[in-house]
Design a protein around this ligand. Structure first.
Ligand SMILES: [Zn+2]
Ligand SMILES: [Zn+2]
Length: 256
């Protein structure tokens, strides 16, 4: 399994893109930094897009990629939970802001939207996909992706503390997890459903207690304003847990 980090942050600028992960050139999870990261031929190779939740930084490029598929008379599969479908259908894809790619072209719409349920394994393009609920102010799922050759990654999406229930369902070799702000913003993180390095540490301790091991950890969704501070605090956590924890960056390649 080859994972490319297309976007690693929660805010966009010339040097930072919104969260998007590309798996084996075929699957995408979250669509914040999708179209600007991939050539048109690379976009056409995509088989499916999985969305963790409907916050704008995770779904923004859906209309843009749909237009590219529409103009090439091809279709794209999108998978997510019902609330995400409802939000996209009511807003970004309602036809008011841009064409309604859920219905156009008539008879063979560009977007095939597949509603998934948490804790029910889906088989998508040879991969086993398991969605698990995480702790965020709106319905949000993380995705465990198992490749045909048995490699396993789990990406949390946006989440606050309290992942113990989630850990029971997943056994990844690689954990991609969010850390949005440094420790001094813990109150903000708890209120808005995000993690700090110290909150991540607690989640990893609960993972190790339950599973008896720790996977390699890669952190995404950093606020670029605080990246240096987050990195310093993550280094301390990695040393305390004696485990590999790295901050993701745009263009980062991960191999399993
Ligand atoms: Zn969010
Ligand atoms: Zn976000």
């Amino acid at each position: 399994m080859n994972i490319q980090v297309l976007g690693a942050h929660n805010c966009e600028s010339q040097g930072s893109k919104l969260v998007s992960l590309l798996i084996d050139d075929a699957l995408v999870i979250d669509a914040g930094g999708l179209t600007s990261s991939l050539s048109f031929p690379a976009q056409q190779k995509l088989k499916a897009i999985l969305l963790t939740h409907q916050h704008y930084d995770h779904i923004r490029d859906i209309p843009a990629i749909a237009m590219n598929f529409f103009l090439r008379e091809t279709t794209i599969n999108i998978y997510s939970i019902l609330p995400v479908y409802n939000a996209l259908a009511a807003h970004l894809l309602s036809g008011e802001l841009y064409p309604n790619f859920l219905e156009r072209p008539e008879g063979n719409p560009t977007i095939k939207f597949n509603i998934i349920e948490p804790y029910k394994t889906e088989h998508i393009e040879g991969y086993s996909i398991l969605a698990t609920e995480v702790n965020h102010p709106i319905p949000t799922v993380g995705y465990q992706v198992t490749s045909p050759d048995g490699k396993i990654v789990f990406y949390t999406g946006d989440t606050g503390p309290g992942l113990a229930g989630c850990w029971e369902y997943v056994s990844p070799q690689l954990l991609i997890i969010e850390v949005t702000v440094p420790d001094r913003y813990e109150e903000f993180a708890r209120k808005t459903g995000h993690l700090t390095p110290s909150l991540l540490k607690q989640e990893l301790i609960s993972f190790r207690e339950l599973k008896g091991y720790l996977p390699r950890v890669v952190v995404v969704h950093m606020d670029p304003r605080f990246e240096k501070e987050i990195e310093a605090e993550i280094t301390v956590v990695a040393e305390a847990l004696d485990n590999s924890i790295n901050l993701a960056y745009e263009g980062m390649q991960l191999h399993l």
